[in-house]
Design a protein around this ligand. Structure first.
Ligand code: APR
Length: 274
């Protein structure tokens, strides 16, 4: 259980009482106070972080990727071995879409916060896009890999990101590995049923346990083991702030839960730090 949940309703702009909710950009005083005194901040981000850049989330009922395609057909090693051209084409189109996108005000605000004197701000992301980096942030851990780290599915040799098509295609044959005879070049993302790379996860756990403040931005909290990370912080009494326009699996455990979007809340918070 992440810290004890405050019963003080004054700061909560929760969905529990929308009539009483304050504008999303009004920084709740308790959250501002924590951010003001924090020097080692770890930020866990999910797909919601990039939603305002036009990159679809996974579980939104209408626009979510998994609401439109079956992850068993595109996001498992079994799907890859069943139909490489279809999976390859799907990820190449996501490469195209992410390249078309721009970091939003939330990404930029995190980069600004990290640049403040005396700050150690670590970004741990589940996202496979490069929008944090393009906003000027260095990402401490990419838990689920990257759309820009392709490799051979046999020998593991890294390969350049293939050129994506300019329109969505149903099938694109994967490129052949230049280092081994039978390998095909696959996207460097972590699929369901695959183990997370150990080092990024261990680094992320350490970053959550050694922080003096943890932020959870734009993740539904349903995918393990990433979803366990904020609880590691809470178990040590480290405050955890959730930023999400909707309640999530974390909300009950968050020290503070702020009903706002990433591009609303983070710039307002960093601006309020003065
Ligand atoms: N700002 C902040 N949060 C937002 C925004 C926004 N603009 N828009 C949506 N959200 C929130 C949603 O309310 C939801 O809680 O972002 C969350 C997105 O949840 P998911 O779609 O489940 O994405 P995520 O939690 O990142 O998924 C975890 O699942 O499919 C796998 O590997 C994939 O990394 C992914 C993992």
């Amino acid at each position: 259980m992440v810290g004890a949940r405050h019963t003080d309703e004054n700061w909560r702009v929760s969905s529990a009482d929308p009539a009483r909710s304050t504008p999303a950009t009004d920084v709740p005083p308790a959250i501002l106070e924590l951010a003001r005194t924090a020097r080692r901040v770890t930020v866990l981000t999910g797909a919601g972080m990039s939603q305002e850049s036009g990159v679809a989330t996974f579980r939104d009922a209408v626009t979510g990727l998994w609401s439109n395609v079956d992850p068993n057909d595109f996001a498992t090693p079994e799907a890859w071995h069943r139909d490489k051209p279809a999976v390859n084409a799907w990820y190449l189109w996501r490469v195209h879409l992410v390249r078309e996108a721009e970091p939003n005000a939330g990404h930029l605000a995190l980069a600004q916060w990290a640049a403040r004197p005396g700050m150690t701000l670590r970004i741990v992301t589940q996202n496979i896009d490069d929008l944090h980096e393009r906003a000027g942030s260095s990402v401490f851990a990419h838990l689920h890999g990257s759309l820009f780290a392709w490799r051979c599915d046999r020998c593991g040799t890294a390969a350049p990101t293939p050129a994506p098509p300019t329109e969505p295609l149903a099938r694109v044959d994967p490129q052949e590995c230049q280092a081994c005879p039978q390998g095909d070049i696959r996207p460097g993302v972590v699929w369901f049923n695959e183990m997370l790379p150990t080092e990024p996860f261990t680094d992320a756990a350490q970053a959550c346990q050694s922080a003096d403040l943890v932020l959870v931005v734009g993740t539904s909290g349903v995918v393990q083991p990433a979803a366990s990370l904020p609880h590691l912080a809470g178990a040590r009494g480290i405050p955890v702030i959730e930023i999400d326009p909707r309640e999530t699996e974390f909300t009950y455990a968050a020290t503070h839960s702020w009903r706002a979007t990433a591009a609303q809340a983070l710039p307002a918070l960093v601006a309020a730090l003065g």
